[in-house]
Design a binder for this molecule. Sequence first.
Ligand code: NI
Ligand code: MN
Length: 227
Amino acid sequence: MPIELRFLGHSGFLINISGTYVMIDPFITGNPLAYTIFDSLNITDILVTHGHGDHLGDSIRLAKKYNATISTIFELANYCSKKGTKVQGVNMGGIVPFKWGNVNWLPAAHSSSTPDGEYAGSASSVLLTIGNKKIYHAGDTGLHYEFRMIGEFYKPDIALLPIGGFFTMGIDEAVQATKWLNCSQVIPMHYDTFTQIETNVQEFQDKIEKETKAKCIILEPGKIHAI
Ligand code: NI
Ligand code: MN
């Protein structure tokens, strides 16, 4: 059965693995471009790359609603636990097994703090291995050379990359990251949600298809890409 990636807007994704659902960075409340209809799903896990409000987002509310477990960097996991959710605290370089696959926690060049302003450990990115597919979510990040290591060592099939600039990589950096990741598909994220990160996603698609071997998939919020 194919894995279905549904874009929730911003950096949020809902992944359907044969009827088990996993979320990454669900940011719904306060997101003008969010996709919100996902009632009565079997959401077992929420993966959070870092503590900023547009990534931790609605994770605590949704984890309670669905009785899901939040997996994230140790310090941020402790924060979520104090707010009453089930958590799994992880750290950089860890390989974490789940019923549906496993996740490597990998670097991101970014900061992290909780909505209350507390230290939240490192910002991170995540590589999901589900069956024979590898999905890499870069979190919020600037361009860094670890992308090359991730491409050489982990060999992702598909990368979800921020392209909006200002807080993260912009278009040209994300094109370079795609080359280093050496993946066959890329989905742009973290753009157009706020005025600072408005960008021309068509320019990203054109550059990806001209300069790399990857296919660029632009998803409107709510749309699904099957891999
Ligand atoms: Ni951030
Ligand atoms: Mn962000």
